[in-house]
Design a protein around this ligand. Sequence first.
Ligand code: SAM
Ligand code: FES
Length: 369
Amino acid sequence: MSRTRQLIDRLARERVLSAGEFAELLRSRGPGDAEHLRALASEARDRVFGKSVFLRGLLEFSNYCRNDCLYCGIRRSNRRAERYRLSPEEILETCAQGHALGFRTFVLQSGEDPRYTPETMAGIIAEIKASFPDTALTLSLGEHPAGAYALWRKAGADRYLLRHETRNRDHYAELHPPTMTIESRVRCLHALRELGYQVGCGFMVGSPGQTPERLAEDLLFIHELSPHMVGIGPFIPHKDTPLASAAPGSVDETLFLLGILRLMDPKLLLPATTALGTLDGTGREKGVLAGANVIMPILTPSEVRAKYLLYDNKICTGDASSACRMCVQHRMESIGHVVDTVRGDHPDLGPPPPPALSAPPPPAAPALQ
Ligand code: SAM
Ligand code: FES
């Protein structure tokens, strides 16, 4: 048996490899190895989740951002980005539409937009949870003080996605302005965990400067943190960023890494991302076949969707939410999977509490300043 096959088989048994072995596996993977990994990873996923794929409705409610990540199309310095933000009422209305479409998890995502104060966000969260008590709420709002995370958790937020982007300090500095550090990001992830969030980290595949050795650091960091979710997708350049001329990440490498992550943790919530579907017309299907078990169709209102452009040629920007919902369902059925609209918590957390029979009246969300 080839050395790479041996490494894959050992990963399936022991859930982790050394940094050198991870790097070797990534460097020397061939098509036969990818197929072997895919088979083991989808078997591992099926044992925990069967053929169910959890749906999350993604609501991109503001593309204002105080940060300036070099790869990101909505970075502060991109003067060509057309900015928008949704009011608390518009966010609630979009969740109502999502709920009617069957979504039982909402992901609220935005740039780091100071206009939504911690208190405003807490009001929005409390209103969503009071209006839709059978849903889980995931936040993806970037780095904030632990006090804000605590306030949002208390208001009812269940999960938080904060990709660490890269665990290597030099690589992090190559992709971000000097005001941002990996230490601060890791502190945030630990704070979120301690507050009882289901936590997700992750990284882009093929970001400029990424190497198998640096990816090995990411994998070992994930092993240590043991998050509930990991979001990975290929890097895709955006024309109005400093990385406009960089090459995009590889679909095959992303699929290989999805397989590795699945073997590292069979219970992981692992999305097949929009970025994967952007680089390859059937990328999300391939992602699920490689071991993913979550899809996040876009719920953002169609009038502003095309403005949340993190990278060029993003898919689904011209579609209605109902169309995306059905499209994803058909895509999953075409590969023998079924979409599951339950909350889809991490398996270790047990069934969710039954929804309250009569929800308490929601506290009014403070208006945006
Ligand atoms: N502001 C929040 C944050 O920083 O976590 C959420 C929004 S941020 C745009 C969400 C993720 O998009 C980032 O963590 C990054 O990995 C990904 N992203 C940004 N630009 C990208 C690009 N050019 N290609 C692929 N993914 C990208
Ligand atoms: Fe803030 Fe991308 S730089 S969301």
